[in-house]
Design a protein around this ligand. Structure first.
Ligand code: PEP
Ligand code: MG
Length: 579
């Protein structure tokens, strides 16, 4: 009988294969007391294990293909840095000396201490760091116990075409599994922001995380199907299902091939309205992907990612290089560089110090943080303005909620411009300034804001979270997070209208812009600039090309008049299936 288990799909594909279950129990850590005269040898044994772990990590790093994006490779750098960290190096040594613990036990105590302090924080990004500590400590423990490292010791013959089911999979294992052609993997733990999930997404491995009890239910050689888009694992799938999902995989592959043909095509609606499709980029590597897919510029450069996974913030020159590269790559198309949006669920690791707040999403984030750290803010503004000498750069500010903040920000920009002019540094003095409209306060005073800026961008990820009071990272309330809520639609419409009235461009850079369920709705509301991740750009373009905006008027009126989200979604479905 087929059993269906639910989890969180981190990629869009399907996988069909037989199960290989990793039944790795936690490493059994021995505990014994050493003699006082053995302290030095025990510490030396611990240092040797640290060195062995480091050598292993270096060799894994060396096996990475050249084209692996930086964010994938960077977790290994994080792990290497952790091996050098005094908390991990000195803590166990002190325990060996003071309590005469054996090295394994001292390391285990230190790990428990570190993990407990991460648990207290309760922040999703730092929880990912907790996984990193576990992975690093396990690597050192294995070296101390002379156990083979992770599953990278499994023979490749037992991996090809298999679906791996595990408690958790480390990023290094994920890479090893990918290199040996596993069909997909399923883990009991892990969340969508874990490095392993990011890695799976980037490498295109069909994967499900958070499938609780998977290892209790699945047996080796069971036939499995991963339906990642629906977040479902089918166990003991019958032949009919297997045929069905093979068909879906083929359809997905041929759809991707058909979409690829749209790369050079213009984003014009069926009734000849021109739409601008820009890219959201996070890492410098995304620029190449955005160019390749035919983006007409960058609508959102999330610069905070340049500050992550490192111990010091990037200096002015490093930032300038990154921004100038993006601006040069796009030559005449605009590149909108958003100043750092740290805080809430985006806390750079060590690089900038944010505070721990009870409600971080309502705390010191986005522009509030930049205004509190003038040196950091001015360094970034200098770097962006210098990059503006190479092409049409624009500066965008996140989380603005009042005209006072806009005035403060503008003063900083003027100060930096004056400094650059005094130093005779080249920059474009007319670099447009704009803001992300992502708080209800900004949306409600948008007409006034629109008079003072050069462009607007609708940040629906936060606008929806703050308007509906639904934490965007909390899966207990995710069913309430609905872009078709009448309050959200009313705000989106008024922002687009305010832009038209002030004669400035309005784009949307939140995830709603990249979700084809909403493309027609947004076109009907008057949106003509979409900024989306390069991965979804061609799907959105296809939807735009198949839409006759003039014919949408009746449906848009009906959606705006709906009382419930259910009614709005019904009209949306009719609208998406028509034309
Ligand atoms: C948004 O809030 O919609 C947005 C684009 O910004 P971020 O997701 O980075 O908060
Ligand atoms: Mg936002």
């Amino acid at each position: 009988m087929t059993i269906s288990l639910s989890g969180l799909g981190v990629t869009r594909g399907y996988a069909v294969g037989t199960a290989r279950v990793f039944r790795r129990d936690n490493i059994e850590v021995p505990r014994y007391e050493i003699r006082a005269e053995e302290v030095h040898t025990e510490i030396a044994r611990f240092h040797d294990a640290l060195m062995e772990a480091k050598v292993e990590l270096h060799s894994v790093r060396a096996q990475f293909p050249e084209n692996v994006p930086r964010e994938i490779a960077s977790f290994l750098d994080t792990h290497m840095l952790m091996l050098e960290d005094s908390l991990l190096r000195d803590g166990p040594v002190k325990l060996i000396k003071s309590h005469l613990h054996n090295a394994e036990w001292a390391l285990k105590l230190q790990r428990d201490f570190l993990v407990a302090s991460f648990d207290e924080i309760g922040d999703s990004y730092l929880r990912t760091r907790k996984d990193d500590v576990e992975h690093v400590v396990n690597r050192v423990l294995r070296a101390l116990l002379k156990q083979p490292p992770e599953s990278t010791s499994i023979s490749p013959d037992h991996l090809r075409g298999r679906i791996i089911v595990a408690d958790d999979i480390s990023p290094t294992e994920a890479l090893y599994l990918h290199q040996h052609h596993v069909a997909g993997f399923v883990t009991e733990h892990g969340g969508p922001t874990s490095h392993t999930a990011i890695l799976a997404r980037n490498l295109g491995i069909p994967a499900l995380v958070g499938v609780s009890m998977a290892r209790q239910i699945v047996l080796d050689d069971d036939s499995l199907i991963i339906d990642a888009p629906s977040g479902v694992l089918l166990v003991d799938a019958d032949d009919l299902m297997i045929v069905h999902f093979h068909g879906r995989s083929r359809a997905l592959a041929s759809d991707r091939a058909a979409l690829a043909k749209l790369r050079g095509a213009t984003a014009t609606t069926a009734d000849k309205l021109r739409v601008r499709l820009q890219a959201n980029v996070e890492f410098p590597e995304d620029i190449a992907a955005a160019k390749k897919i035919g983006a007409s510029g960058v609508g959102l450069y999330r610069t905070e990612f340049l500050f992550m996974e490192r111990s010091d913030p990037p200096d002015e020159d490093e930032q300038y290089e990154a921004y100038a590269r993006a601006v040069r790559a796009f030559k005449n198309a605009p590149v909108i560089i958003r100043t750092i949006d740290v805080g809430a669920d985006k806390d750079p690791y060590n690089s900038v110090q944010t505070t721990r707040a009870n409600n971080p999403a309502l705390g010191l984030r986005g522009i509030r943080y930049s205004l509190r750290e003038p040196a950091l803010f001015k360094t970034q503004l200098r770097a962006i303005l210098r990059a503006s000498a190479h092409g049409p750069a624009r500066i965008m500010f996140p989380m603005l909620s009042s005209l006072q903040e806009l005035a403060q920000v503008t003063r900083f920009v003027e100060e930096v411009k004056a400094e650059l002019s005094a130093r005779r540094v080249k920059f474009n003095a007319n670099t447009p300034l704009g803001c992300v409209i992502e708080t209800p306060a900004a949306a409600l005073v948008v007409e006034r804001l629109a008079r003072c800026v050069g462009f607007l961008s609708i940040g629906t990820n936060d606008l929806i979270q703050y308007t509906l009071a639904v934490d965007r990272t909390d899966n207990h309330v995710s069913h309430l997070y609905d872009p078709t809520h009448p309050a959200v639609l009313a705000l989106i419409r008024s922002i687009i209208r305010a832009g038209a009235w002030a004669n400035i461009p309005v784009a949307m850079c939140g995830e709603m812009a990249g979700d084809i369920r909403y493309t027609r709705l947004l076109l009907g509301l008057g949106l003509r600039e979409f900024s989306v991740h390069p991965n979804v750009m061609l799907e959105v373009k296809r939807m735009i090309k198949s839409t006759n905006v003039k014919k949408l008027r009746g449906d848009i009126r009906r959606i705006l008049a709906c009382h419930t989200m259910q009614d709005a979604n019904d009209v949306l479905e009719t609208m998406n299936n028509g034309h």
